[in-house]
Design a protein around this ligand. Structure first.
Ligand code: ADP
Ligand code: MG
Length: 336
C-alpha cells in the first residue's frame, strides 16, 4: 500500500524542463515547462493520456532524446543537486544505469536471447562496478536472490527462453537494480501486457523498492494503477504538469478538471462497460497549442480567462498544486 513520504529529501528536481522536436509541421513542444521533485525512496506516478510527453520527459532525464529532431531547449535536471544537463557525455554514462536506471517492462524485448542470465545481469556490474571473476559471479547471484529467483546459482546459467515471463521480468528487475540506483524509471510499454504479467510487474517494482529503498518514477496512462502503486502523482497534459500532490489528496480532491476527468474514466468494478466514461475531445496538437490553457477546448468549466493566458500554478493545500484559473484564490473567494 502506498505510504506518504512526508517530504523526505529530494533526489531529483526537474525545473522548467522543455524538450522540443523540430518537424515539418513545426516545433512539437513535447515537454513544455515541466517541474517536479522526487523524494528519496518514494514512488511518484506520472500520469496522462498517450502523447502528452511522459516518455519524452523520461528520455530527457536520461539524456536519450533522439537528436535531431529532439532538443532539450531549457530547464534544469538536478540529481542530488547537480544539473545533469550540464555534465559531459562520459559522466552522463555513469549516471545512466548507475544512479538512474530505466526499467523496461516488456520482458520479451528487454533481454537478449543469445546471452545467459549471468552475462546479462553481470554486464552492468562489469561496466559500472568494475567487478570480475568470482566477485562478479557472487554479485550476480546476490542480485538474482534479491528479485527472488529460486536457486540463483543454478538458474543464472539459463537463457531467456528457459524462463517463464514472470521470471524474465525479475531478471530485468535485477539488471535495473544491479548498480544500486537512486532512481528507477518504469515507463509503460508501448504494447499492452497481459493482466498477469502486468500484475507481476507491479509486484516486482514494490519488491525492488522494499529491498533497496530505490525511488521510483512510475509512468502510466492508467489512474487506477497509480492508486495502488504511488505515494505522489503528477498529472501531465499537453507537455505540462497540470496538477501534482499526494495520491490521497488527488483522489479525494482532484483540483484540475483534467485530473477529475481522468479519475472519472477509471473503470469501477461495479459498473457495466457501457457506462465507462471517456474524456470528450482530443488533446491539442503539440505544434499548435492554444493561447491560453491547453485543456480549455475540452474543459466543462471553461471561462474567458482560460482562453487568454496559461494558468499559474496555485497551491490547493499543503503539497498539492494545480495549474487552473479556478484555483486562483480570488476565484475561490468569488465562488463562495
Ligand atoms: N522522435 C520524435 N519526433 C517527433 N515528435 C516526437 C518524437 N518523439 C516523440 N514525439 C512527440 O512528442 C509527444 C510526446 O510523446 P511521448 O512522450 O512519447 O508521449 P507519451 O506521454 O505517450 O509517452 C508526442 O506528440 C510525440 O508525437
Ligand atoms: Mg510513452
Amino acid at each position: 500500500m502506498a505510504t506518504s513520504n512526508g517530504g523526505g529529501d529530494v533526489v531529483l528536481e526537474v525545473k522548467g524542463l522543455r524538450t522540443y522536436f523540430v518537424t515539418k509541421w513545426g516545433v512539437v513542444k513535447a515537454v513544455d515547462g515541466v517541474d517536479f521533485n522526487l523524494h528519496r525512496g518514494e514512488t511518484l506516478g506520472i500520469v496522462g493520456e498517450s502523447g502528452c510527453g511522459k516518455s519524452v520527459t523520461m528520455l530527457s532525464i536520461m539524456r536519450l532524446v533522439p537528436s535531431p529532431p529532439g532538443h532539450i531547449v531549457g530547464g534544469e535536471i538536478l540529481l542530488e543537486g547537480e544539473d545533469i544537463l550540464q555534465i559531459d557525455g562520459s559522466e552522463m554514462q555513469r549516471v545512466r544505469g548507475g544512479q538512474i536506471a530505466l526499467l523496461l517492462q516488456d520482458p520479451m524485448t528487454a533481454l537478449n536471447p543469445v546471452f545467459d542470465m549471468e552475462d546479462q545481469v553481470g554486464e552492468a556490474l562489469r561496466i559500472h562496478k568494475k567487478l570480475t571473476g568470482r566477485a562478479l559471479r557472487d554479485q550476480v547471484v546476490e542480485m538474482l536472490r534479491r528479485v527472488r529467483i529460486p536457486a540463483p546459482d543454478v538458474r543464472m546459467k539459463d537463457y531467456p527462453h528457459q524462463l517463464s515471463g514472470g521470471m524474465r521480468q525479475r531478471v530485468v528487475g535485477a539488471i535495473g537494480i544491479s548498480c544500486d540506483p537512486l532512481i528507477l524509471i518504469a515507463d509503460e510499454p508501448t504494447t499492452s501486457l497481459d493482466a498477469t504479467i502486468q500484475a507481476q510487474y507491479l509486484r516486482l517494482l514494490k519488491d525492488l523498492q522494499q529491498e533497496t529503498g530505490v525511488a521510483i518514477i512510475f509512468i502510466t496512462h492508467d489512474f487506477g494503477i497509480v492508486a495502488h502503486m504511488c505515494d505522489r502523482v503528477a498529472v501531465m497534459y499537453a507537455g505540462r504538469i497540470v496538477e501534482q500532490g499526494d495520491v490521497r489528496q488527488i483522489f479525494n480532491n482532484p483540483s484540475h478538471p483534467y485530473t477529475e476527468a481522468l479519475i472519472n474514466s477509471v473503470p469501477k468494478m461495479e459498473e457495466k462497460m457501457e457506462r465507462l466514461y471517456s474524456i470528450p475531445g482530443q488533446p491539442p496538437a503539440l505544434w499548435d497549442l492554444p493561447k491560453g490553457c491547453s485543456f480549455a477546448p475540452r474543459c466543462p468549466y471553461v471561462h474567458d480567462r482560460c482562453h487568454e493566458a496559461y494558468p499559474e500554478v496555485f497551491e490547493v493545500q499543503d503539497g498539492q498544486t494545480a495549474a487552473c484559473w479556478l484555483r486562483e484564490p480570488q476565484a475561490a473567494a468569488r465562488s463562495v
